[in-house]
Design a protein. Structure first.
Lengths: 516, 427
């Protein structure tokens, strides 16, 4: 390979140098067949970076105090030097927006371009969750719509009323995802037009559901019922909703009896944004691992071609090593498994076992071992989420390298027990446990709408399907209080394990209800 | 396809609204911190922001989470000595050790407080939140000696420094057009006549007419050139007129008793009180001057350092200080131009007969000219003659004379707040 002159040396950069690097990275990425959205690279100041952090990666967001809290936290951490801002911020949109901070050295800018503009970008475009759940083309428009709509509501109904509502919605936003239907892409203008129609239509629908005089009870219900307490069958007609609903915000939006149309719209906005972030919550390890794998590969290629000098490369290696560092569990700076480290280790190992498989690899990965690494990685990136990705691709070698082990924590046992370690007997169990650790369904309590008593006291009953006796944290009360604000009538939450109600939470609290 | 966009010049503080919303929401928490800070801080230390902590549970955004308990398995890295089936003691503090998973339980340790820093402006906003200066209403314009030059159109006369170049050039241009037009017209006519004459058959030409026309053209061209490019007549000046304006200047007199009975602790309390008042005035007026008058049996105007730190002994004659303030006002701070504030701190001791003098001085001479007079008495003991005499002054000027007692440093801020509490309109 012909070695060329480095594009630039030292740590200073300017726009010409950046675009020249960008062209080279693009050329190499193309060689690896990385499919990306167009890039929009924005150079910003530290302060703007903190702003961007505070709005949790949304380029435009509605106003809410929680973003202010986030900003203050970021600012404080940054000032104390606890946190480097530099690494990256990239937005899943088309074009893909990535931020470069002006204070960064040339090496950091090149690294961030490789990491964000080609790593994350191609992940956003390729991974099935992102393809299903998010619409990169319309997100910025939708955010603009949301911001404008919330601001209008604040003008019409007061900041306090909107804030209260947003608080309640935020508490439930992790339960605002519709897992079975793919949302259809719409633009902001279209959204604004539809919103008007929806307002009228929704209200009409809710009114039907809650009208005071019930319609004629259908014949077959009457025939089938023979209840002493309810001889006329007024309470018959089955449970509503017929099936448990996992999308709490959707259910609220469509069914809460007392919400005004604008309030339903705001519930919808929070729900839509939650849906936009839903894939990110499920692909952290993969996403970061993929981006890290590519910045590492691309930087090494740049060096191999002589486009960067040794100085820059050393600086890069130091930074890269820090990023993929995984402290052991018993060190003071251990704070869980580092997704960069785990993801990078799995992707790198996947490449290794394609290129030079060992006997063990052939046994564990008969399909992948010895295959074309580029295609295998592409396949892994496109078709998995963290949970299934780990289950599928965590190899014994990575388990050994990271010295992973599994501990069983059972509150009926006063000791912890080591369940499996990195040995022949343990690989599969460690892998399963780690995959489960990333399963959203296990990480977050499984809570669904069970029953809305539309013919009785209008109370709403939710069910928490409890698993392995793991109870809900105390935050359950403030959350159901928020839910009660949205629903407007009593809210009950039952924890169910093995078809048996083990705990009941309710709001308003029983004694308050008695007093009222 | 890649675009680079330089956004560095874009507006900063995109989060300013959100930040403000946060501060508003936790107003009561922040106020408590600020109050503590005011009482704790050293005196010169008001000019910076403040770190504020709010208990995390008060600002948490609740979501459904798993609590501790039940059975679960945790995968952690870095195993060195364990083998399968090892049994370990549960690490103290419930979670920790291998249990790195649940983010909430993890961060719960050591992060009980949400800490952030208020900027200086925000800090002072909270310090003076809900307070207002009494009698801040503008003095009636007729009383004001102070004027401000304001632009008032253009004039034909003025000093060169105020020439309005654009307007002057425009006038010159207009004048040139106006003056040249008739000359040009005549010139054009003469040229046409000449051309007509010259196009005639040589036999029919009138040589005398040609010479005449040529002379005419030459004369007109000279005239055209003689039109001046700019003339004094064209010049326009920015006109300024003097407009009376409400005073934005304030002077604050700090009067302190430095007799033997005032200890350093007393002085510190007084100093904090003065400082608060100074900061408060500074927010309302563009310019605030400080005059320090200290007294025992005789009054003296001193600088800040001497005011607070040098020690004196002796008896106390309060009226000496009041007389001095009266003189200083007459000499240096005409009430038409200055908003006058007096803050007096004392332990309440005074020469017996002098308190009456003080009262008369205040009632007759000082109070009519002052915006506000505050008196703080720093003493745990019973009031003496001075307090009683001052009470009559307070009765006479209820809205402009305020007096309070301070026993210990913790009282300063509450007393200050009480003195300057925003009153309902008309009160």
């Amino acid at each position: 390979m012909t070695r060329r002159k480095p594009i630039a040396t030292g740590s200073d950069w300017n726009f010409e140098i950046l675009s020249e690097f960008e062209r080279e990275i693009a050329r190499l990425a193309d060689e690896y067949r990385l499919d990306t959205y167009p890039n929009q690279i924005e150079v910003i100041t530290t302060e703007q970076m903190m702003d961007a952090y505070a709005s949790v990666g949304m380029p435009v967001g509605y106003h809410h105090w929680s973003f202010g809290k986030q900003f203050l936290a970021v600012e404080q951490a940054y000032r104390r030097g606890q946190m480097g801002l530099a690494y990256e911020l990239v937005i899943n949109s088309d074009p893909c927006i990535a931020y470069l901070m002006e204070e960064n050295t040339l090496m950091m800018q090149v690294l961030v371009m490789a990491h964000a503009c080609y790593g994350h970008n191609s992940f956003f475009k390729g991974n099935y969750l992102f393809r299903t759940w998010t619409d990169a083309g319309s997100i910025v428009d939708y955010l603009m719509f949301a911001r404008k709509y919330v601001a209008e509501c604040e003008e019409r109904h007061g900041v306090a009323a909107v804030e209260q509502l947003l608080d309640a919605c935020h508490a439930l936003q992790n339960y605002g995802v519709d897992r079975y239907k793919r949302p259809s892409p719409i633009s902001a203008a279209e959204e604004a037009r539809r919103q008007k129609e929806r307002e009228a239509y929704l209200q009409a629908q809710v009114n039907t559901l809650w009208r005071t005089i019930p319609g004629r009870v259908s014949e077959d219900v009457l025939a089938g019922e023979d209840d002493e307490e309810d001889p006329l069958g007024l309470h018959a007609g089955g449970r509503y909703p017929a099936e448990p609903q996992e999308n709490l915000l959707y259910f609220i939006e469509k069914n809460a009896p007392l919400l005004a149309p604008w309030q339903r719209e705001i519930v919808r906005i929070v729900r839509k944004l939650a849906q936009y972030f839903y894939p990110q919550r499920q692909t952290q390890v993969m996403n970061e691992g993929w981006a890290t794998f590519w910045h590492y590969t691309l930087m090494n290629r740049l060096y191999a071609e002589g486009l960067v000098d040794e100085g820059l490369m050393l600086e890069f290696l130091q930074s890269h090593t820090a990023v993929v560092n995984q402290p052991a569990f018993d060190t003071p700076w251990y704070s869980g498994i580092n997704p960069y480290a785990l993801g990078f280790a799995i992707f790198s190992d996947l490449r290794r076992l394609c290129e030079s498989p060992t006997e063990e690899d052939r046994q564990w990965f008969p399909d992948s071992a010895g295959s074309d690494w580029r295609e295998t990685l592409e396949f892994a990136m496109k078709n998995f989420k963290d949970e299934s990705f780990i289950q599928q691709f965590l190899s014994p070698k990575v388990i050994r390298d990271l010295k992973l082990f599994m501990v069983v924590d059972d509150d009926q046992d006063d000791m912890l027990e080591v369940g499996a370690i990195h040995d022949e007997r343990g690989y599969r169990r460690v892998r399963e446990a780690l995959a489960a650790q990333y399963a959203l369904s296990l990480r977050e309590p499984n809570i669904q709408i069970y029953k809305a008593d539309i013919r009785g006291d209008r109370s709403l009953t939710l069910r928490h399907i409890q698993d392995s006796r793991r109870p809900l944290a105390r935050s359950v009360y403030p959350v159901i209080r928020h839910l009660h604000q949205l629903w407007g009538f009593p809210v009950v939450l039952e924890s169910v394990e093995n078809d048996e109600v083990v705990r009941r939470y309710q709001w308003p609290l029983p004694d308050e209800a008695a007093r009222a | 396809m890649t675009y680079f966009i330089d956004r560095r010049a874009n507006a900063k503080h995109k989060s300013a609204v959100n930040r403000q919303r946060f501060l508003d929401r936790y107003r009561t928490h922040i106020k408590r911190s600020v109050e503590e800070a005011v009482n704790r801080r050293s005196i010169t230390d008001m000019e910076r922001g403040e770190k504020v902590s709010i208990p995390s549970r008060d600002i948490s955004e609740p979501v459904f989470q798993h609590g501790s308990g039940g059975k679960r398995s945790i995968v952690a890295p870095g195993n060195r000595e364990f083998t399968e089936g090892d049994r370990l003691r549960r690490p103290p503090g419930g979670e920790g050790g291998g249990a790195g998973e649940g983010a909430a339980s993890d961060q719960g340790e050591g992060m009980d407080e949400f800490a952030f820093t208020l900027s200086r402006e925000e800090f002072l906003d909270f310090v003076f939140d809900g307070l207002e200066l009494p009698h801040l209403e503008r003095k009636s314009l007729a009383d004001l000696d102070e004027v401000k030059p304001v632009r008032a159109g253009l004039s034909k006369e003025g000093v060169p420094a105020r020439i309005n170049i654009v307007r002057s050039m425009r006038e010159a241009h207009a004048r040139r057009i106006a003056m040249r037009a008739p000359i040009r017209r005549a010139l054009r006519e003469a040229r046409e006549a000449l051309a007509l004459e010259e196009s005639k058959d040589p036999v029919l030409r009138n040589p005398a007419r040609i010479t005449e026309l040529k002379a005419e053209i030459e004369r007109l061209e000279r005239r055209l050139e003689a039109v001046p490019f700019i003339d004094t007549f064209d010049l326009r000046y920015n006109n300024l007129v003097n407009q009376p304006m409400p005073s934005s200047k304030a002077v604050m007199f700090c009067i302190m008793d430095v007799s033997g009975s005032m200890t350093q602790a007393h002085k510190d309390i007084a100093k904090r009180f003065f400082l608060l008042l100074y900061l408060f005035l500074e927010r309302s007026y563009e310019k605030v001057e400080l005059v320090f008058v200290r007294h025992h049996t005789a009054a003296k105007e001193v600088d800040e350092e001497e005011f607070f730190y040098s020690r004196e002994t002796g008896g106390t004659i309060v009226s000496s200080a009041l007389t001095m303030v009266d003189e200083i006002i007459a000499r240096r701070y005409p009430p038409g131009q200055w908003n006058l504030y007096v803050a007096q701190a004392s332990d309440g001791d005074n020469w017996d007969d002098d308190s009456v003098t003080c009262r008369d001085l205040l009632l007759k001479s000082l109070m009519p000219r002052l915006q506000y007079y505050t008196y703080v008495e720093i003493t745990p003991h019973a009031h003496q003659a001075l307090w009683e005499e001052y009470e009559t002054v307070a009765a006479e000027f209820p809205s402009r004379f305020a007096m309070r007692q301070i026993v210990e440093a913790g009282d300063i801020y509450p007393v200050f707040r009480e003195l300057f509490k925003r009153r309902a309109a008309g009160g």
